[in-house]
Unconditional design. Structure first.
Length: 237
């Protein structure tokens, strides 16, 4: 059974460009499904900046790695056995969490169990098995997804999918090229260094500009490719 490895890169690099861009993209794609929510649970991304826009009246975070929790706040626990009663949250988010969890059906069932009838589920996951690399191994991933695969997993768990789109399409050519280089060079999974390579200032500026442009598009349009999948679903009443 896997629930991810403690030591996410976002703990040491919360201001890394990718996490900042993800916050903008998630807000653009999913914020319409997070209105009128008071009891909010964020699973597994307390260490990154991607959920600041989700802070609700009663916002709870749970993370497997206690270093990912704010001092004096949050709960140390597993997404495979959430330490909460049934049906207590209006909204549950799990951004780049499900791909760490095996069995998949168990994490989906747990996310649904703590969500009240009529509540909303927000997810993001990494896209495409062909993009698997040593980075996924080091990050403790079990799988990567396509949009249809994530939709099918969520629907098997009894949810109704409200929106599913790819994300990070603006920087996708660079992502694909980087994964190709890793494959050609035979990237190594040795060692425990989770730090992500820092781009230069000019490259970071360009990456963030492309992501901001995509965020404006995602506000009203789905995209057909990208290195992540974003999904919103509802739990039937």
């Amino acid at each position: 059974m896997s629930d991810g490895r403690p030591g996410s890169a976002s703990i040491e690099q919360p201001q890394y460009w990718w996490y900042r861009a993800r916050a903008d993209l998630l807000r653009a794609a999913l914020s319409d499904f997070a209105v009128d929510t008071r009891q909010v649970l964020d699973v597994g991304s307390a260490d990154g900046p991607s959920v600041g826009w989700l802070r609700g009246h009663q916002h709870v975070t749970v993370d497997l790695d206690p270093r990912g929790l704010r001092p004096g706040g949050g709960v140390n626990g597993s997404a495979l056995a959430l330490p909460f009663r049934d049906g207590v949250f209006d909204l549950v988010s799990a951004f780049d969490v499900v791909e760490h969890c095996d069995p998949e059906a168990v994490v989906m069932a747990e996310l649904g169990r703590v969500l009240r009838p009529g509540g909303r589920l927000l997810l993001s996951v990494p896209a495409y098995e062909w993009a698997w690399s040593d980075h996924d191994v080091r990050a403790g991933h079990v799988r990567r997804y396509t949009r249809p695969r994530l939709v099918a997993a969520v629907e098997r768990a009894g949810f109704v999918v409200l929106r599913a789109t790819y994300g990070f399409s603006g920087v996708f050519p660079m992502f694909a090229a980087e994964r190709l280089v890793r494959r050609v060079r035979g990237g190594s999974a040795k060692g425990d260094d989770q730090r992500l390579p820092e781009p230069g200032p000019a490259a970071e500026h360009a990456l963030l500009a492309l992501s901001r442009a995509e965020a404006r598009w995602l506000g009203s349009h789905d995209v057909g490719f990208g290195s992540s999948v974003f999904l919103a679903a509802g739990k039937p009443v």
